[in-house]
Design a protein around this ligand. Structure first.
Ligand code: SF4
Length: 333
């Protein structure tokens, strides 16, 4: 395989992984693993910025996240899959970068202000040193592996720009190109709406869990809203405003999508049948994921072994980078 470059990407372990998250990022990672050398990291320390008061669920969430990734098709033979907190070099580099990052750089990150306001309004006070330093920890994550490419959503671009500035500052200060300036690979946001037509989100209660069984998928699809103007079976519909049709575009073959589009507009198909057709295609499309999950759920020790082996592999690369960092900073190795 000719490798195009090295990727670092991470996800916070959350117990709420849904189909929108899968299609927004994880599905893309599965494609990238055949083109890049990938480091995929469960960033549990990042999760602490908002869950530091309640950490009991962290081991379960971390395990669940690994299960999601592996059942989605991430191959531990091709990628380095690991937990951030098992590679302590992330913390060391975070500390060293925090010494040289101007406070004003961190304070101006627009997404931080938004998140602070959003969680503050929900009663979670995350106005902490750790939260402010979040972009430094993210920089440490990427820089440790000298990743040249980082898949990001458009809202994360300011974070990555800050990463580049910190990396540049470090290299200039210590007179050596220890770190690589990473470039972004813009990921398309998931277009999948929730069951009620709004953005799919656990906080709206409109999500389809990634691990949903066939029965759950069928039940969730049955609950989905349709074109609100189509009240009776004989009314013509407009697929352009119908969430069910958006799902068809993601999960059903092109020929089916065209047929639904035409039939809906002349009331040739009813919403009940249209949803049944969608549920069939979703179950079909997600079957390989569910099959892998069932196998993995029988062998939790295998999941832990994969994470341990990934951490060991990651540690070797991180250790090498940290040796250069300590050397240029005149710190003992
Ligand atoms: Fe939506 Fe399908 Fe009903 Fe048309 S037929 S309104 S696409 S559910």
């Amino acid at each position: 395989m000719t490798v195009k470059g090295r990727i670092f990407s991470g996800m916070q372990p959350s117990g709420n992984f849904h189909l929108g998250n899968y299609l927004g990022a994880l599905e893309n990672w599965v494609k990238l693993q055949d083109q890049y050398e990938c480091f995929f990291c469960i960033v549990d320390w990042h999760a602490l910025t908002s869950t530091f008061e309640n950490t009991e669920a962290m081991p379960k969430r971390t395990y669940e996240m690994a299960l999601n990734w592996l059942s989605a098709g991430l191959d531990p033979e091709k990628n380095t899959i690991f937990i951030q907190s098992q590679v302590k070099e992330h913390a060391e580099l975070h500390l060293l970068l925090s010494m040289m990052t101007p406070l004003s750089w961190l304070e101006r990150v627009p997404t931080s202000k938004d998140k602070l306001a959003q969680l503050g309004s929900q009663g979670t006070d995350i106005n902490t040193h750790g939260f402010l330093g979040y972009p430094e920890l993210m920089t440490a994550d990427i820089a440790l592996y000298k990743a040249d490419t980082v898949p990001v959503g458009i809202d994360q671009l300011p974070h990555l720009e800050l990463t580049r500035e910190i990396v540049r500052r470090f290299n200039n200060l210590y007179g050596r190109e220890v770190f690589v300036e990473p470039k972004e690979m813009l990921s398309q946001a998931s277009l999948l709406p929730g069951l009620d037509g709004r953005k799919m989100s656990k906080s709206y209660g409109n999500e389809i869990p990634f691990a949903a069984s066939e029965k759950e998928i069928r039940e969730k699809v049955r609950q989905m809203v349709t074109d609100p103007q189509r009240v009776r079976r004989a009314d013509v519909g407009n697929p352009d405003v119908c969430p069910v049709f958006t799902f068809h575009k993601v999960f059903s073959p092109a020929v089916v999508v065209t047929e639904i589009d035409q039939e809906c507009r002349k009331a040739g198909i009813g919403c009940v049948d249209c949803k049944k057709c969608l549920a069939d295609h979703m179950v079909n499309a997600l079957a390989p994921i569910h099959e892998r999950r069932i196998v993995l759920e029988q062998q939790p020790e295998r999941v832990h072994e994969i994470l341990a082996a990934g951490a060991e592999k990651a540690r070797k690369v991180a250790d090498e980078t940290m040796r250069s960092v300590r050397e240029v900073m005149h710190l003992p190795n």
